[in-house]
Structures are given as C-alpha cells and as structure tokens.
Design a protein around this ligand. Structure first.
Ligand code: GDG
Length: 483
C-alpha cells in the first residue's frame, strides 16, 4: 500500500468521506468509519488496487490532512466552507437537482449563486483528484453532487480512465430541460468514459437529453459527443457509454449480523415491546418527500378507518431518520407527517394499542436488522427512488424466509425484486389492497416470494456491483478517431 499522500491507482470521489469525527473522553480525535454498503464495496475493490477516497470530511473550514482510516482506506479530505455547504450542498444539490431528478415532487429552487458554488466545489474536487491520481489511474466519481467533475478532471488529466455513477434517477428530458445549466451538466458528465445508472430507463433519459439538448448522436447505449455545440467533430470528440449497473448491498455481511443471537433476541424483544401483535407493518426511510411516507400513512389510516386492521392485533412502526433539516421542503414534510401520525393515533389508538409508532431518530445497524426481522410486512412506497436499499436490506435480514415486501413500482429495486408485492403508491385503494393481500396470503406463497427475493440479492450483491462497474469502465469505448 502507498503511504498516505502518494499518488494512487483507483480514486473514488464522493461528496462525503465515509467517516465521522468522534472526540474521545480524553479529548483526542478519532475517525470512525460510517458503516454502509458503499464503504464495504469500496473496501473490497480498493484493497488490491491502492485506492484513495476523495471527499468532504463533514466539518466546515480547513480540511484535515490526508489519513488512513482504521479500515485501511486512504482518505483525502476536501475543504468546504459553511457558505459552500449552504449553496453547493443544501442549495444546488438538494434543493435544485434533487427535486428535478425526482419527478419534481416539490418545486425546485434556482439560484445563480448556488450554481456558482456548485461549480467552484466541483473544480476543487477535480483538482484534488488530478493531484492524487497516478499515471493512467482509474477515477470513479459518485452522484449528482459531482456532475461537472468528469470533464474537469479530463481537462487536467487526459491520461485517466473516468467513470461516474448516479445513485438517484436521471429525469426525463422534459424535466431535465428546466435546468438553466442543463448543457453545462451534460458536458460535465460527457467528460467520463462510462456513466453508470440504476436503471436502463435512467441511462436512456441521459442519452435522450444529450441528443435533444446538445445535438449529440447515439448508437445503442453509446453517446457520440462532437465536443462542440456546432455539430462539428472537435478535438474533444468522445464516445461515452451510458448503461445500467444497479447498486446492491453487502448481503453476506448483513445476513451474518441478522443471524447473531443478539439481533434475533432483540427482534423478539421488539415484538414484545410492541404488545405481541399478530402483524407488524414497518417503514424505514430518511424523512424525504421522495419516499412516499405520506401516501403510506394515508393507506394505513384508511385501513384502520375501514376496520380492515385494528390495534393491538395489527400495529405499524415508522422510522423516519432525520434528514436535510435546513431545507424548507424537509421541514414542511416533517410537520405534515407528524400531523398525520397524530391524527391516526388520536382516532384509532387505545390505551395499550398504538396504531402508529413513529420514531424520528436514527439507529445502529444491529437495531435496524432486528426491526427488519420483527416486521411481518415491510412497506417501501417511494414516489420515486433511484434504487432503495431498505427493500434489499429487509429481505437480507429475513433468513427465516418469513415476512413480505410491499414495493413501489417507482423504485429502481422494483426492476430487480420481481417477487415483491408490487404497488403504485398514488393509488391508495390499490395500495390498501396490496397491503391486505400481503397480510392474508398463505405462508407457502409468502415463503416462495421471499426465497426468490433473497436469491436475487444474494447473487447481485454490492461486491458484484462494484466489480461489474469497474469492468464496464475498463471496457468502455475509446475516443473516436477523427476524420
Ligand atoms: C440514495 C438513493 C439509492 C436509514 N436510516 C437509518 C439507516 N438508514 C440506511 C438504510 C439504507 C440507507 O440508509 C438508505 O438508503 P436508500 O437506498 O433507502 O435511500 P437514500 O438515502 O435516498 O440513498 C437511493 C441509494 O442512494 C444507493 O445508491 O438506493 O435510491 O436515493 O442503507 O438502512 N441506517 C442506520 N440507521 C438509521 O437510522 N444505521
């Protein structure tokens, strides 16, 4: 392994480094790796490729010096000022791009100042990548916060192999076209050799946007970009492949955790604490308007009202992890959700029988695994979601082949998890029927579905995803010959 600060062969660039600073009792600072599938996947591919992860360490002001995490990952922090976090991250990334890329569920906000910060921060990331990459290295850029990085890195370091992966959907051109900076974003992405998306529909949307907004041509999943807007083949002409490489989770790691005696015991204890109901309905989401929490609560409330379900026999648990609370749309969502939970509980709970247990908190991985095991019906009902890892985590934790997954057709996961109980969350009547069907189907039918779901996630796990992505990047088409 190279010493920290040396040039490396594989560079991952993502908005956030996978660590959090924790201050010990004696006042010393330590960096704790934040657990998650992406980190696990990167650890496995970076271990044998001398990798460095470039990203923000989570605190504003001067960046810490590059360091090695306890997991062995080399980390290279990028500095962000408080104003940049506000304008580049909370503003442009989460209040301009996020709503546009998620079907404009809420109205996007456009500010030229935010765009300018986005450009500045993308330039800083690109410069850092260019500084740490060894000759001919591979660069893997992640997500919507860094869409200008591929072209900026290519300008600085034409010798590098550059890929980008979008964790969220790529919108239809009709919505993408609203962005005042649409061409700059497309040109930024076209600096890459390979662009990975969650679904082939997302890749298709990107290719169509290039054709319509840049007059690029395409053949299959390859965009031919002339390198100039005048239709002539310029010196920067390139071929860029855009295809689906759906992300997954660390199946073996999570299944092992779910099988530990502690997690199994905790799952039983959770059911006891909920009053030993016959059926537990569960939702686990970041508190985000894309996740369909309001639609889900509407359906649950109506099921109580219709008398199809009643506490304490049936109870529901909603974990809504705090998220982006400085963005107005998220504060508004929180008060709507909490109003709905209050109304449902006011009408349908009794002493000793709560209709909706609502938890606006975040939990450790063990507790999440126990909750998944304790749930009979998992409700994953986003209005739009790039993939949705919660759905995959739930089936991974059900090593007993029990439980049932209700899954929105508007998630990337729905393309893969065909054996789930599929729903359209906008159709409240249909959603109620699907929940009831998932509750009432016999154990044989449910086990058959769960086995198929688990087979899929076991095979297409996050390690396979990372390998597939890097292969696609390696074999992406080269620059076109000029004539
Ligand atoms: C984006 C895309 C895509 C949640 N609460 C807690 C907690 N979580 C974990 C879940 C899961 C992750 O966070 C959330 O992942 P999702 O996929 O559900 O959604 P996003 O955060 O929106 O992620 C999404 C994903 O990127 C990956 O490409 O699937 O479509 O929007 O792993 O378990 N984990 C812990 N405590 C919590 O309270 N420990």
């Amino acid at each position: 392994m190279p010493e920290t600060g040396e040039r490396t062969e594989l560079i991952v660039a993502a908005n956030r480094l996978p660590v959090d600073r924790v201050v010990a009792e004696d006042g010393t600072t330590q960096w704790k790796t934040s657990p998650g599938g992406l980190v696990t996947a990167m650890e496995s591919v970076m271990r044998d490729r001398e990798g460095t992860w470039v990203g923000w360490a989570g605190e504003t002001g001067e960046a810490p010096e590059p360091f090695t995490a306890e997991s062995g990952l080399q980390l290279h922090p990028v500095a962000l000022s408080a104003a940049e976090v506000r304008d580049y991250y909370e503003g442009f990334s989460n209040d301009t791009l996020w709503p546009i890329y998620h079907d404009v569920i809420v109205e996007p906000t456009f500010h030229r100042r935010w765009w300018s910060a986005y450009r500045t921060v993308n330039e800083r990331f690109a410069q850092t990548v260019a500084d740490v990459a060894s000759e001919g290295a591979t660069v893997w850029v992640h997500d919507y916060q860094l869409q200008l990085v591929p072209a900026l890195v290519r300008d600085l370091r034409p010798d590098l192999r550059i890929g980008w992966f979008n964790h969220i959907p790529f919108p239809p051109v009709e919505l993408f076209a609203q962005l005042p900076w649409r061409k700059q974003l497309l040109r930024g992405l076209l600096g890459a050799d390979f662009l990975g998306f969650q679904r082939s529909a997302d890749a298709g949307n990107f290719v169509r946007a290039c054709r319509q907004l840049l007059d690029a041509t395409s053949k299959g999943d390859v965009v031919l970009w002339q390198g100039a807007d005048d239709g002539h083949l310029g010196a920067d002409a390139r071929m860029v492949r855009a295809a689906a490489v759906p992300i997954s989770i660390d199946f073996a790691g999570l299944e092992n955790l779910a099988k530990t005696p502690e997690v199994r015991a905790r799952a039983k204890e959770i059911r006891r604490e909920l009053g030993d109901p016959e059926t537990v309905l569960l939702g686990v989401d970041r508190l985000d308007y894309t996740k369909g929490i309001r639609h889900r609560l509407r359906a649950i409330g109506e099921l109580y009202e219709d008398g199809d379900i009643a506490p304490p026999k049936v109870t529901s648990l909603q974990v809504a992890t705090p998220s982006r609370e400085r963005v107005a749309a998220y504060r508004h969502l929180r008060s709507q959700v909490e109003g709905m939970v209050g109304r449902i509980n006011g009408e349908f709970s009794s002493i000793g029988g709560t209709a909706v247990h609502y938890l606006h908190q975040s939990y450790g991985r063990d507790e999440m695994a126990a909750m998944f095991q304790a749930a009979d019906i998992m409700l994953v009902t986003p209005i739009r979601d790039g993939m949705n890892l919660v759905a995959k985590e739930y089936v991974t934790c059900r090593h007993d082949n029990g439980g049932a997954l209700v899954l929105s057709e508007f998630t990337g996961a729905a393309q893969e998890l065909r054996a789930a109980y599929s729903c359209n969350p906008h159709d409240i009547v249909g959603l109620k029927q699907t929940i009831l069907r998932a509750m009432r189907d016999g154990p044989g039918e449910k086990r058959k579905r769960m086995r198929a779901l688990r087979r899929k996630v076991r095979t297409d796990n996050v390690q396979v995803w990372a390998t597939r992505y890097l292969e696609a990047l390696e074999f992406a088409p080269d620059k076109p010959t000029r004539h």
